[in-house]
Design a protein around this ligand. Structure first.
Ligand SMILES: [Zn+2]
Length: 356
């Protein structure tokens, strides 16, 4: 077995068979003698990233660590493994000379050396921004819209209008967009907006000019999308948001046939907190599994009336298919407004007013 000078000293290893001329240490593969080199590589990389905490990793062949463990156990002494030795030595040099702070729990930059090819890799902690979005123009889908065989069509999505400027501002490689539920393409999202977050992967910057990015979203979307309350978020807040099930308030414009408006207002008065049973809507049956969902309609109020037209305010549980509740979706949603009122009903428009 051949050991480098560093390993020999550390382990006080004096077996005569350790004298060889291969030049590559059978334990550390000479990484311990290359700490200054890796320090230089780290410094070079560090120039491109905005971060304050880091962690050093060393990927090692398992058998080398086992071999070393045996030697340490035989000697009966208390010695760090070469892996730990490397991480501590390089880490403290970085702290001392570059003034970054070593952190184990959630480092912003992780520098991992691979002993087998002597190369290294970087892992940059993703950055999260959260906020609420308002959609002021119909026709904008929430996620990139792709129809089979047609490629991308229609206009850009909310996810792109919001995600791209944030990703660009942080000089990231890529991003994910997540929102708490979604409105239909032809519905507006008004009021205080819908909660969302953006995860930016591999960000070179870690701070962002919130006002500037918000303006950018509005400008690029031609005033179709606006972000409110944009702010950095930690993983606890993000987990919380993933599990949110928020009630929605809808404003629905409908035209009815077959009854007096006055009668309808009378019927709707009694409609608070009742259960409906929804089979997967016909319009999404090709992309979602057919199953039955029970949902609660919290309240229905008549906002205004004009001739055969009504504007309703409907508050419903998360996950309610509101259009289907109104039209009945060929009997797939029961009870539904059409049957309850015993009228023909056409939806003129749908807006989401509140998500909370
Ligand atoms: Zn060695």
């Amino acid at each position: 077995m051949f050991l480098c000078t560093r390993c020999k000293e550390r382990l006080s290893y004096s077996d005569s068979s350790s004298i060889g001329d291969k030049g590559v240490c059978d334990l550390c593969g000479n990484v311990l003698e290359r700490i200054d080199d890796y320090f230089e590589m780290f410094s070079e990389e560090a120039r491109h990233y905005d971060f304050s905490t880091f962690l050093i990793g060393l990927r090692t062949p398992r058998e080398n660590l086992l071999r070393e463990k045996e030697i340490i156990e035989k000697s009966g002494r208390n010695v760090k493994s070469y892996k730990e030795e490397f991480q501590v030595a390089l880490g403290s040099k970085i702290e001392r000379e570059l003034h970054y702070r070593a952190e184990f729990a959630k480092p912003e930059l992780t520098f991992i050396v691979n002993q087998e090819n002597m190369d290294y890799s970087l892992w940059i902690k993703p950055l999260f921004l959260r906020g609420r979005y308002v959609k002021k123009r119909r026709g904008i889908p929430q996620s990139p819209w792709i129809k089979p065989g047609k490629g991308k069509e229609m206009e850009r999505s909310i996810s792109e209008y919001i995600g791209q400027p944030i990703c660009d501002a942080l000089d990231g490689r890529d991003y994910n967009f997540f929102a708490s539920g979604r409105e239909d393409v032809d519905a507006l999202m008004l009021g205080t907006g819908r909660p969302f977050y953006v995860e930016v992967k591999n960000p070179k910057k870690r701070s962002v000019d919130i006002t500037k990015v918000s303006e950018e979203v509005q400008r690029k979307s031609g005033d179709g999308v606006e972000v409110l309350e944009l702010s950095p978020a930690d993983s606890v807040e993000i987990d919380h948001m993933k599990n949110l099930r928020l009630d929605k308030v809808y404003e629905v414009g409908i035209t009815i046939e077959g009854k007096d408006i006055g009668d309808i207002e009378e019927v709707l008065k009694n409609h608070t907190d009742f259960k409906i049973s929804q089979k997967t809507p016909l319009r999404v049956l090709n992309i979602r599994k057919d199953k039955v969902r029970d949902r609660t309609i919290r309240s229905i109020d008549v906002k205004s009336t004009s001739g055969k037209q009504l504007i309703l305010l409907i508050k419903a549980e998360a996950g309610t298919y509101i259009k289907e509740f109104i039209t009945g979706d060929n009997g797939r949603t029961v009870p539904n407004l059409k049957d309850e009122l015993d009228v023909n009903v056409k939806i003129d428009y749908l807006n989401v007013l509140e998500v909370k």
